[in-house]
Design a protein around this ligand. Structure first.
Ligand code: A3P
Length: 292
């Protein structure tokens, strides 16, 4: 990228807070033509997108030249990203020569191009508990100049509760996708906390959903390869090659834990957040764990 542009403003876009980096290519993205074997990896930002992308990439393609020389954000393009000097996610998807194509999106469910549903594509959704998700997003916004400024922590909590984050409200996002799962069979809804608790078990479930049956040895290789410390030191997975991120402020692979929110929230902030959470998260079938 030639020059890092100024931080973008957020604005309301069809009822969701967005920045122009994710709306400038809207028409083309809405007309995106999915293929039946495309796999969409959908998440609210910072829920474990890269982790699950890396797992799927290893399951399908193994540790080939492709994995060791191409950054994960090029192997699994970010569909709606559009930064003229950097690239268009849609063009990157169109240029992928792999099959299946692995495609990342942070769109709330109602923004997903209809072709994915028409083609009956498999979709993997990853959700993470609100508090850890927010902490991770806060540090990401601090270090990523393609995001609006994070500002101070207490203000950030309010913004998060009001849904004034890029890609909108966490509450609407996780609920919207959860509802979709009730009517769309090919949607696998996963939780970051489950992946932390037992990565092997979650990879088994994923394989079952994808119709894959790796050997025990392959599975062991994938499970080991995607551990936090391995991904953190892998320059093709840790975003160290990304020009808009300043790792001196915070690394992309930051902590990779459940419960880091306890190091950020005061007792008052946590109580206030929990009260508000109860009002917004009324569906008893969708439960998150904030510790394991
Ligand atoms: P933290 O900031 O809490 O460390 P995304 O890929 O959606 O942007 O999510 C990034 C978050 O997932 C970061 O969380 C990152 O550390 C965490 N993550 C990435 N790979 C991981 C892994 N292998 N194990 C655990 N956490 C991982």
């Amino acid at each position: 990228m030639d020059k890092i542009p100024p931080r973008p403003e957020m604005f309301d876009f069809h009822g969701v807070q967005m920045t122009h980096y994710f709306t400038d290519n809207w028409e083309n993205i809405q007309n995106f033509q999915a293929r039946p074997d495309d796999i969409l990896i959908a998440t609210y930002p910072k829920a474990g997108t890269t982790w699950v992308s890396y797992i799927l990439d290893l399951l399908y393609f193994g540790r080939t030249e492709h994995q060791t020389s191409i950054p994960i954000y090029d192997r699994v393009p970010f569909l709606e990203l559009f930064i003229p000097s950097f690239g268009s996610g849609k063009d990157m998807v169109d240029n992928l020569s792999t099959s299946p194509r692995l495609i990342k999106t942070h769109f709330p469910v109602q923004f997903v191009p209809k072709s994915f549903w028409e083609q009956n594509c498999r979709v993997v959704y990853v959700a993470r508990n609100a508090k850890d998700n927010m902490v991770s997003y806060f540090h990401f916004d601090r270090m990523n100049s393609a995001q609006p400024e994070a500002g101070d922590w207490s203000n950030y909590i309010h913004r998060f509760m009001e849904g004034k984050m890029v890609f909108g409200s966490w509450y609407d996002h996780v609920n919207g996708w959860w509802e979709k799962k009730q009517s769309y069979e090919k949607l696998h809804y996963m939780f970051y906390e489950d992946l932390i608790e037992d990565t092997g078990r979650e990879i088994d479930k994923l394989c079952c959903f994808l119709g894959l049956s790796p050997s025990a040895e392959e599975k062991k290789r994938v499970t080991g390869g995607v551990q936090f410390d391995n991904m953190k030191k892998d320059n093709m997975a840790n975003y160290s090659t990304n020009p808009v991120m300043d790792f001196k402020i915070s690394p992309f692979m930051r902590k990779g834990k459940v419960g880091d929110w306890k190091n950020h929230f005061t007792v008052d902030q946590s109580e206030h957040f929990d009260e508000d959470y109860k009002k917004k998260m009324k569906n008893p079938t969708l439960q998150f764990r904030t510790e394991i």
